[in-house]
Ligand binder design. Structure first.
Ligand code: NDP
Length: 477
């Protein structure tokens, strides 16, 4: 019997993805480095159209040509090892799909390398965790378009569906375009999670609300414009208690780990010169959280403000928290899409931003109602430089900025860290300021010590001559 497709890796993601594909009417050949795991997986799912293979030769022989093989394995060296072992076994026109969390530059390099042997290479972001993989992930493929077209019917079937029935899989562009979209998705995920955490900290530790009340508040928020997967799971997680009835959030270690994807997003934003302050602050916040012992030592020598009375959790304060959270989210998505715009130009990917929004509307970790107006904004204006310039989002930001300021000020006055809220407000103020006195200050200093020069204020396209402060001292302009 021949398989329609192969899956490499039967760890949590690969096994669930294989079952998802099989459940849509395909025969799936599976291979895993440790053969006993392949055996166990196929035995556990006896009766399903799964074919266990115990060598890469076997796997390749079992799949119909042109072959499609999805790799769901540890990113990095393992991926290279498997690719190098597969190259001599594959034929021209076959397609390898890397569904792991791979850095996009590795995908660009692998795509180029395999293309030389006529083998297609698709880097495909997969989001939605293990249950997404099993029942409907968001898929972000990038690579040769013809290879994508060939596998599209399968992707359409296995992907999640938006509320109006569209599959959350879009062709992102050539080579690393798909893994880049997944990287920014993960960066936004970091920001979303940190913003939720900051909101919780304000409600719990500044307003003194108990965990159950906060869970109810998040549940209610999830019925409105904040409706999203992360708010939904967070409300449910707050309700979790141990055997003694203590909220789980009070007994788990307060260290937030990371696997690097948020950091990659910030790194490339820095490389491209695009502001990405919220994701970056969220990455830093995780780093600071890992300094648990230092934080405890610092507490003994560093003072906070003399604490205000507990802030009364009036309906106004709670509503301002909701607005501040939505404001923070809007700014972080605005930065995320602006990064995608810069990347699209720099790497020649020709992204369709409305389609990326569709891709994130269901199945992925950042799925949220907010993505629907984002889709509309880019549909109306595909060249929109920043979401904040879209009339709908400008309206939201203008309406909610006051609440974001109030909540940020309250937290700062009382010594509660809010790196993402405060950077959202600062970015909003920087972005809406046509005249930046601090930038003028910096440029003057640069010219003085580094001879870098300055331009006249009205020369915004820098078509005039680069001048020096000494030239300007006697200028009458
Ligand atoms: P892991 O990332 O833990 O990877 C385990 C798999 O990698 C196993 O099949 C393992 O084989 C294989 N592997 C490790 N080293 C090698 C090697 N040298 N040669 C061949 N195979 C090797 O599994 P997950 O299922 O969690 O994730 C798979 C991929 O999907 C990763 O890239 C991950 O980043 C990505 N991903 C994960 C998500 C999640 O929620 N977990 C979400 C989205 C993407 P063996 O059994 O022999 O050790």
């Amino acid at each position: 019997k021949q398989a329609n497709i192969g899956v490499i890796g039967v760890a949590p993601m690969g096994s669930n993805l294989a079952l998802n594909i099989e459940s849509r009417g395909y025969t799936v050949a599976v291979w895993n480095r440790t053969g006993s795991k392949t055996k166990r997986f196929v035995q556990k799912n006896a009766g399903k159209n799964l074919i266990a293979t115990y060598s890469l030769q076997d796997l390749v022989k079992t799949i119909k040509k042109p072959r499609n093989i999805v790799m769901m394995i540890k990113a990095g060296k393992p991926t290279d090892i498997v690719i190098n072992n597969l190259i001599p076994l594959l034929d021209k026109g076959d397609t390898l799909i890397d569904g792991g969390n791979t850095p996009f530059k590795d995908t660009i390099a692998r795509n180029k390398k395999l293309d030389k042997s006529g083998i297609n290479f698709i880097g495909m972001g997969v989001s939605g965790g293990t249950s997404g993989a099993r029942f409907g992930p968001a898929l972000m493929p990038g690579g040769q378009y013809s290879a994508y077209k060939n596998i599209k019917p399968i992707l359409d079937k296995i992907a999640a569906k938006t509320p109006d029935g569209r599959p959350t899989e879009i062709y992102c562009g050539p080579n690393g375009a798909g893994h880049y979209v997944k990287m920014v998705h993960n960066g936004i995920e970091y920001a979303d999670e940190e913003l939720i955490g900051e909101t919780y900290t304000i409600l719990r530790h500044l307003c003194g609300l108990d965990v159950d009340k906060i869970a109810a508040i998040f549940k209610k928020w999830n019925k409105g414009e904040l409706d999203s997967y992360l708010i939904d799971i967070f409300a449910n997680l707050l309700a979790k208690k141990d055997k003694k009835g203590t909220p789980v959030i009070d007994i788990i270690l307060d260290e937030a780990e990371n696997k690097g994807t948020g950091k990659w997003s910030s790194e490339d934003a820095l490389n491209l010169g695009v502001p990405q302050s919220i994701i970056t602050e969220a990455v830093y916040a995780r780093f600071v959280s890992m300094l648990k012992e230092e934080r405890a030592a610092a507490k003994k020598v560093l003072n906070g403000p003399s604490k205000d009375e507990m802030v009364k959790p009036t309906a106004d304060v709670v509503e301002n928290c909701r607005k501040a959270l939505y404001f923070g989210k809007v700014i972080s998505y605005a930065q995320g899409f602006e990064q995608l715009r810069f990347a699209s130009k720099y790497y020649n990917w020709n992204y369709h931003f409305d389609q990326i929004a569709v891709d994130w509307e269901a199945g992925c970790i950042i799925r949220a109602k907010l993505l629907q107006p984002i889709e509309q904004a880019f549909k109306k204006n595909p060249k929109l430089p920043n979401l904040l310039l879209d009339p709908y989002f400008a309206g939201v930001a203008n309406k909610y900025q006051d609440a974001a300021r109030k909540i940020s000020a309250l937290a700062m006055r009382n010594g509660v860290a809010i790196p993402c809220f405060s950077s959202a407000v600062s970015y909003f103020d920087e972005y809406r300021t046509p005249l930046s006195p601090n930038a003028a200050c910096i440029q003057m200093m640069r010219d003085t010590f580094g001879d870098h020069g300055v331009f006249f204020r009205n020369d915004i396209h820098r078509q005039g001559t680069r001048l020096h402060l000494s030239d300007l001292e006697n200028s009458d302009k």
